[in-house]
Design a protein around this ligand. Structure first.
Ligand code: ADP
Length: 398
């Protein structure tokens, strides 16, 4: 079976064609500047990289460019569109309506559209991507895989805020959490790696540290708590997002800088985090270089980030009643050994002992960076959200 995985943003569309027999991508790429001048598609298959420039006024033209690229004689991966057995779409928000991936029918699509208010920047783009795909491939089963669904297992006490209960009842204001496909994937891989797949008591803290970062407490394969919140703005400071802070700061900031509420939220989403703190970059490689040259604010940004992650780790260890395993994943989690070390060093009292040499010399695939005598296993696991989407799509399309 071959599954096409689509991740549609407002002006972009990323894709992977995955052969489910080998569970590996046979083609991948992304269209950019959809709806703008100069749209193009970067496509990779058959060991070839090509850039296709073509007008893409809407997502429908973008999907057509992708399908044409996939069947192209030179740089394609399949001989006809009929080889695509199903399409899996990344959808941001499941609200409280879905606790698992779903087959995308008119009915489930209407429900998904009705949740746009909860993710106004992303959900409409996801929906447009599905509709464009359905228009071109009406007979191919489509499945929606949500960022939030994995966290639907959180207990009430973890997702309800300390504000009047009516806000939850009337407007569903609660913690939803994001990066669910990644937390599900890496916690599952950790359980498999350690032979604890069927252990309902296996306690993992997963740290997805990338451009956006979130940390989850997972027990027996179920999410019990997570740091992102009502929106992805909550939790640890990120590349450009502030993360948690006193909500009273919002009004104070707006007054002091003369910003509207929308401008203030933009400030917290796009101008804050390690980028705003350092004044250098949102990219941790740039922060490391600047800090090494003595830039105090770059070092401070790294310290604020790792300190916040460390506090979540401690909080989730308490919430879970112990930890068997800590997993690092995503761009920073997989590549920045310094960040990993700052988060898990000096935690021997918790049973966490890291082997510095292992942490500094990762190999491909799952890497165990804890010392032999560490009670808690510390793993680095490359995430693969596309594979999760493809697996769910295969399961539901069948
Ligand atoms: P996204 O949330 O966009 O999927 P990623 O998970 O790909 O993000 O993470 C991107 C971030 O990972 C970059 O902004 C950068 O900070 C960090 N990163 C990537 N490679 C390295 C590296 N070698 N060393 C340190 N940080 C890295």
């Amino acid at each position: 079976m071959k599954v096409l995985v689509i991740n549609a943003g407002s002006s972009s569309l990323k894709y992977q064609l995955i052969d489910m027999q080998t569970e590996s991508p046979i083609a991948k790429g992304g269209c950019e500047r959809i709806g703008l001048d100069g749209s193009f598609c970067k496509h990779k298959a058959n060991g070839k990289d090509v850039t296709i420039t073509s007008p893409m006024p809407t997502h429908k033209e973008a999907i057509q460019v992708v399908l044409d690229a996939l069947v192209d004689k030179e740089h394609g991966a399949i001989s006809s569109m009929d080889e695509i057995d199903a399409v899996g779409h990344r959808i941001v928000h499941s609200g409280e309506e879905f606790n698992d991936s779903v087959l995308l029918t008119d009915e489930t699509m209407a429900t998904i559209e009705s949740l746009s208010e909860l993710a106004p920047l992303h959900q409409p783009a996801n929906v447009i991507g599905v509709k464009a795909c359905k228009a071109i491939m009406p007979n191919v089963p489509m499945v929606g895989v949500f960022d939030t669904a994995f966290h639907s297992s959180m207990p009430e006490k973890a997702y309800i805020y300390g504000i009047p209960y009516e806000a939850y009842k009337d407007y569903k204001i609660r913690r939803y959490g994001f990066h669910g496909t990644s937390h599900r994937f890496v916690s599952g891989e950790a359980a498999k790696y350690l032979g604890r797949e069927d252990d309902k008591n296996f306690k993992v803290v997963t740290l997805h540290l990338g451009n956006g970062s979130s940390i989850s407490a997972v027990k027996g394969g179920k999410s019990l708590d997570t740091s992102m919140s009502f929106t992805p703005l909550g939790g640890v400071p990120m590349g450009t997002r502030s993360g948690d802070m006193d909500p009273a700061i919002v009004e104070f900031l707006a007054n002091k800088y003369g910003m509207t509420l929308a401008e203030t939220l933009n400030y917290l989403n796009k101008k804050s985090g390690v980028s705003g703190l350092s004044g250098v970059s949102s990219d941790f490689r740039d922060l490391r270089n600047a800090a090494a040259e003595g830039n105090h604010r770059a070092q401070l940004a790294l310290d604020v980030f790792t300190y916040s992650c460390r506090k979540y780790l401690g909080a989730y260890a308490a919430a879970l009643g112990g930890v068997d395993c800590i997993v690092f994943t995503a761009g920073i989690g997989e590549h920045d050994g310094g960040v990993r070390m700052s988060i898990v060093e000096d935690l021997e009292y918790m049973g966490v002992v890291v082997d510095k040499a292992k942490n500094d010399n990762l190999t491909d695939g799952i890497c165990e960076i804890s010392a032999k005598d560490s009670k808690v296993k510390v793993l680095v696991i490359p995430t693969n959200e596309e594979l999760v989407i493809a697996r769910d799509t295969q399961r539901l399309a069948k």
